[in-house]
Design a protein around this ligand. Structure first.
Ligand code: ADP
Ligand code: MG
Length: 474
């Protein structure tokens, strides 16, 4: 038994002397170089450091021990192999081959693959880039089969269209398979990636998406179960923000999430995570999941994205007093409200009186990188009032000067104060305290780890509530 290494390394050779406008490592396993002519070059560090001969020797040694000790030992042997060799074997036997490095690089947000064309990716900082990696039709078919088998999906010439969640990285994969549909001229695969670690609210402050003051406001709002709707266009960062603010809820809250693609990640141990099921015989829809959700005694009912008529049941859930954070594809809170209350959705406007806080995502391009800013609007007594607005000239989010003391001013805080048995004065004091805690924790974390990977969302949630309790708030 021998392992053909050529197909593994064919695409991942060290590019030699090339100029890079950006250069970084991925998990200690790969080197990435972005060239001035917008190419994304990725190479195996192990190959660069030890050469193909060395690698081949390590791999052959490993395989020899598999042969002498039997196949059943394979996983144990791989377990003991050194990190890079292990990764290459895993990549080949269990993983996605040459696509694996793209899965590991958190800067890659979309991978677009057509057979016999260089793979194209979308990079977080550099936008769309070419690669030098080309998969033949056969190779791409094999990759699709591997992805779909793991997801328990059948893809064939007879069923050539599919969109599913691949379970290893929980990413959405969409496929147009080789068939009469593609005029038998190849196949297309698109992988929409998710970050390996969800962004914390500190990271969103750091990239200037939210100000610490906005975060404190949202913290108070979600803690007191006031529903929040995040609006924006596709890819504007709605789900990322929803995940970050959902991790500001009290750590022991009971939550159910309802999504098509499992994107939201939470730290609370009492988390019922559900996704819809596309199936002709036994479909499970957002609608049917919502019906069950309102019967569970949960604190928060989270619908990842509200789209259609199920919005009526979602509005029912918030009327019943569940906390809610949800996203909605619309360019502004005004148009979200209009779409929600007119056909085909037609939510009774009365049912929306509990929907009091909107966040509006503003995506824009600065050179090639995509930036986002978040505005906050308040919907109180059927009036939409901007609370934090973005000034593109100063590149700053500013608080609406005509709203002083938001707690006293908006009637929904009165509702929250009654529901939670806490006075308006105490709510105000808590809001002050939250403001202070957020700014302090941000500066402390930034000086300890400038990348802000630490504290992660779970550590942060614990830390925030610990500080809040120390200050006397429960
Ligand atoms: N505040 C942000 N700043 C920079 N990039 C972001 C930000 N929020 C999200 N992104 C990136 O943009 C992409 C789309 O984000 P996502 O939250 O899924 O958007 P949406 O839900 O609006 O479609 C993701 O790759 C994400 O990592
Ligand atoms: Mg989304």
């Amino acid at each position: 038994m021998s392992l053909e290494l050529k197909p593994i390394v064919r695409f991942l050779l060290l590019p030699g002397e090339v100029e890079c406008i950006d250069k970084y490592e991925v998990e200690g396993l790969y080197g990435v170089c972005i060239t001035p002519n917008r190419e994304y070059l990725i190479y195996d560090k192990i190959l660069a450091e030890r050469g193909l001969g060395e690698l081949e020797k390590s791999v052959q040694d490993l395989l020899r021990s598999v042969i002498t000790r039997g196949e059943r030992e394979l996983s144990r042997i791989i377990e003991r192999a050194d990190l890079t060799v292990k990764h290459i074997l895993e990549r080949q036997f269990f993983g996605y081959g040459v696509v694996e490095p793209f899965m590991l690089d958190d800067n890659v947000i979309d991978v677009h693959i057509l057979s016999n064309k260089p793979i194209r990716i979308t990079h977080r900082r550099h936008g769309e880039l070419d690669t030098r990696i080309i998969l033949s039709e056969e190779e791409l078919k094999e990759l699709v089969l591997r992805l779909s088998t793991l997801a328990g999906k059948v893809i064939s010439e007879a069923t050539p269209l599919a969109s599913f969640i691949e379970p290893r990285y929980e990413t959405r994969v969409s496929v147009v398979y080789y068939s009469d549909v593609t005029l038998r001229r190849g196949l297309t695969v698109d992988i929409r990636k998710q970050p390996k670690r969800p962004w914390s609210i500190l990271k969103l402050i750091d990239v200037k998406t939210l100000t610490p003051e906005e975060v404190a406001f949202l913290w108070l709002v979600v803690k007191y179960k006031i529903p929040v709707m995040i609006v924006g266009e596709m890819m504007s960062g709605k789900t990322t923000l929803a995940t970050a603010i959902l991790n500001l809820i009290p750590p022991k809250s009971k939550v159910i999430t309802i999504e098509d693609t499992p994107e939201i990640r939470l730290c609370t141990p009492y988390w019922t995570r559900t996704t819809t099921r596309e199936s002709l015989e036994n479909p499970v829809t957002v609608f049917s999941l919502l019906r069950v959700a309102v019967r569970l005694s949960v604190d928060y009912v989270v619908v990842g994205e509200v789209r259609g008529e199920e919005a009526r049941d979602w509005a029912q859930a918030i009327l019943l007093g569940h906390g809610a954070v949800t996203t909605f594809h619309a360019d502004s809170p005004q148009s979200a409200l209009l779409r929600l209350t007119t056909p085909p959705i037609s939510v009774n406007p009365q049912a929306l009186r509990m929907l009091n806080v909107f966040v509006k995502m503003i995506p824009f391009r600065r050179e090639v990188s995509l930036e986002r800013r978040a505005e906050i609007y308040v919907y109180d007594e059927e009036k939409l009032i901007p609370l934090y607005t973005y000034d593109p000239v100063k590149d700053m989010v500013i608080r609406n000067p005509s709203v002083e003391g938001p707690i006293r001013k908006f009637s929904f805080f009165k509702r929250a104060s009654l529901a939670h048995g806490i006075s308006i004065e105490d709510l105000e004091r808590e809001y002050e305290c939250m403001n202070k805690i957020i700014s302090e924790i941000y500066s402390e974390a930034k000086s300890r780890d400038p990348s802000l990977d630490k504290p992660d969302i779970c550590e942060l949630s614990d830390l925030l509530y610990r500080r809040l309790h120390e200050a006397g708030f429960y």
